[in-house]
Ligand binder design. Sequence first.
Ligand code: HEM
Length: 676
Amino acid sequence: MRFAEELLLLLHSDKSGYFVPIPEWKMSCALAGAVLMDLAMEDRIDSDLTSLTLADSTPTGDELLDPTLADITAAQNVHAPQYWVERIATRRADDIGDVAIDRLVKAGIFESDTGGFMSLSSKVTRTGRYPLVDGRSGEEIKGRIMRTLLDDEIPDPREAAIIGLVNYCGGFPAMMEPEEYELAQDRIELFSGLDLIGRAIGPAVRSSYRPPESMRAARRRPLPEANLWDMISSRSFRAGNIPKFMAEQSERLGPVFRLKVPGRNMVVLAGEEANTWISKKGRLHLRTRDYLEGFQTEWGTARSIASMDGAEHFRMRKTVKAGNSRQVVVDRLDELFALGRRSFEGWGIGNTVPGEMSCQRFIGEQISQLSVSIKPSETVTGVLDDLLLFEYRALLVHVMQVLPRFTLRTPRMNRYRKRVLELYALIHAAHTPAQREGKRRDLVDDLMDLHHADPQFLPETDLGFAFIAPIIAGHYTGSAMAFTIYELVKNPDLLERIRAEADALFANGDPKGEDLDPAAIDVAHRFIMEVLRLHPVIPIQMRTAMNAFEIDGIEVPAYASVLCAFPATHYMEKHFPEPEKFDIDRYTEPRSEHRRTAAYTPFGVGTHVCGGARWTELQMLANLLLIARHLELELVPRDYQLKLSPLPKISPAKSFKFRVTGHRHPLEPAAGPSAA
Ligand code: HEM
């Protein structure tokens, strides 16, 4: 293991799922120092306190070390270690960190969450040892170093060097309890000076110097602006296509710009560079709490997964992981098909069906049953509609701030709120131990366990909203499904190919989760991917800049309201040629446009990236197959052209309607081989 990997393991906090909070610049210098220390160990460089010289330019074959070795080889003059620490910290620290993390994940030492959180793998936690790598396994480093510092053990030279590195970047106070640190301080200082290499590089890390604010400010560019005129003169904006509008502005102004509209002052981050920054650095600079405060109060809750940051957010993500996973949909596919067929029955034949609202009910019934084990249509008729309307109004008032508060206090809204409280109670009542006996665990079971284990962390006041969060998230799936139906009718050739896949899958009875292998669902899967690209239902997410930051030479001040327009990339020609064309071949080799860095982002980027992404893909796919199997559809009118409703999220406008003109197969489970 290289020093950079050991450094990250030492500075990792299993509680927060990330690294202990030391200043970014110090962390960069420590990673630079770690690489220099390994180059010295590999006899490629010599170093004392005043000079660092090249000893051997032969590449080591290690991608973690060779780029830095190449820099030193190419240098004309000899420089001090501090020069190299600062230079590498500025130019290479991000890559060094990424490569080291990647290697730890590949070695099975770290497990990573899609939101960029990391935890030690359960095997390392359990055994205190790393998995076998190249025939070797070692004792987990944190335990080893702590014993050295607190139990009078003598470190070997490598351990002394890494102790020095952590010490010089200020890591120990952040990773130890204050009492421990006080006890260990003398030994830390003693060991930090023991190793020769550490003695040369370590102080360079400690005294490394970030260019002063005034020098950095001189390099900065002013924040470019998009104003009201840019908005109203944009055809995309007028059509409600917010991702396309953001893409146009980002292509014109760069990844960071101010959106200046009367009464609002917002900074937009859009484009792949901004997405990459959000996923790598966002956690240190952006927080979600502020913009959700009023919205959550309406539901009687103080906080939710969406408004948490840091360690508590990581804990909550771990709690809801199983309940929002794809496996739930796999295990309950038969229920999904049955509910889907029931929705189709309700659509009838020959009736004009309101597209968006019908899809909301269609998906809402499924999510309620699969996620929280209730059947709204059988128990609390109409509650899904009430919930949806209340949510939209609360978003428009508190998050988008386009409606005044009193609009949430009308008798109708009060009635909806009351119904939401009834729903909380209903879900709660359905989750007593007696009610749940013998049933597959669901999300609410996991939330209840957490509530019982730690009622301070997840109090009763926050439970209700946590219960219905997947139903609210399902409103995005509802709109995405409405877009799916529109595109299906508009692309008859693809419909035929999906029908062929569906007929093959349903030929011997309803398919099981394991039947949906990539080859069997190739066209349907790419169809869903393209729906999610062309119609990203969540065009922006709001954040507050809790620390100032800089992207592309532009500073965003603390307290700024930040709009992360992550799917703006979906409408950028450089990532998705002819972005407005519905083209499922983008996702096949060699084009593979979805693999471009930070370009395909229907589920967001950063620590809050969608926890139900894989659930959603499978749910949409299964429903697409079910529609293709059973329904003949047409739009009303037949030549209808899609119009968008951009608030509070992107959905097809109310004018979108369709009609079932016939059933290809009766609305009942496909007959299996035994029935045949
Ligand atoms: C088409 C459907 C969906 C889309 C486009 C979507 C998209 C997103 C996006 C963009 C976020 C990030 C929000 C942010 O950055 O603040 C998010 C968060 C989340 N989504 Fe989804 N979502 C969908 C459906 C679902 C479903 C059905 C579930 C549950 C089964 C779900 C569970 C979650 C959770 C738990 C989070 C919060 C993650 C966190 O804050 O750490 N989503 N979703």
